[in-house]
Design a protein around this ligand. Sequence first.
Ligand code: CP
Length: 311
Amino acid sequence: MAKPPPLRHLITLADLSAEQIIDLLDTAESLRATALRPVNKLPLLRGRTVVNLFFEPSTRTRTSFELAAKRLSADVINFDVAHSSTSKGETLLDTLRNLEAMRCDLFVVRHQQNGTPAYLAEHAAPGVVIVNAGDGNHAHPTQGLLDMFTIRRHKADFSQLTITIVGDILHSRVARSDIHALRALGVGELRIAGPASLLPEDAAELGCRIYHRIEDALANSDVIIMLRLQKERMQHGLIASDQDYARCWGLDRQRLQLARADAIVMHPGPINRGVEISDEVADGAQSVILQQVSNGIAVRMAVMAKLLGQV
Ligand code: CP
């Protein structure tokens, strides 16, 4: 099969074909095998420099990009936003220009404002690559890819699957990237469920069946993706209380029994334990939450190696 067209940047999964997504997942699969060897470094990005440019907090994404870059032998800069000259008013574009002048090759960008990674990609110097590590509620493409990678490792054929995304869809960039990828991959049935106050206005256009009771949404699901309540992006009053949310929308052992017996439970993290998911489910046999985290390294290795033209 011919190779799909090369990607210049990775900003969203909305414009990726199934072919491009599968190519990235296949590359991640081959790099995963390497990452598990005792000597787990590859020379693919030797001499290249990756900058983690995070304007919002992160545990999983930032650390796994750093590990992924190091496993590909790149140099890595974790740009310290709080102590940088952005605090003196230096613009984002000037920050990019200065780091480009130091011959940095690839920028991993997380920002609270939708569109910031796309803006930087528009202005990046030739050959410089921008990877979106999450912008506002717009997109989190590498999380979407690692979610697809994790699902594919457990369930063979996307067209046979019923996948249910539960919770704060309105504020979730993960939900949007998952939905774009799942639709591209031809998922059998895609469901979203959450309180009306946490469903986006364009919910009907996302190509999902909308559920207003978690019990109905979970019935016969193969994959359940629970979302974090994103209080930092939430206007006051969108939910009555954590307790009320847990009662109506939390995934506990009893509710999990409504899904297929071999259903897997996912969550992008960080988890609000006892709110969107109970401890017994988050830590239970059907949870693949920590596998998602591990898979993030191989997927991010694949994304960076691919965008820098090394695979
Ligand atoms: N899933 C995710 O993006 O987690 P972090 O915010 O810790 O990176």
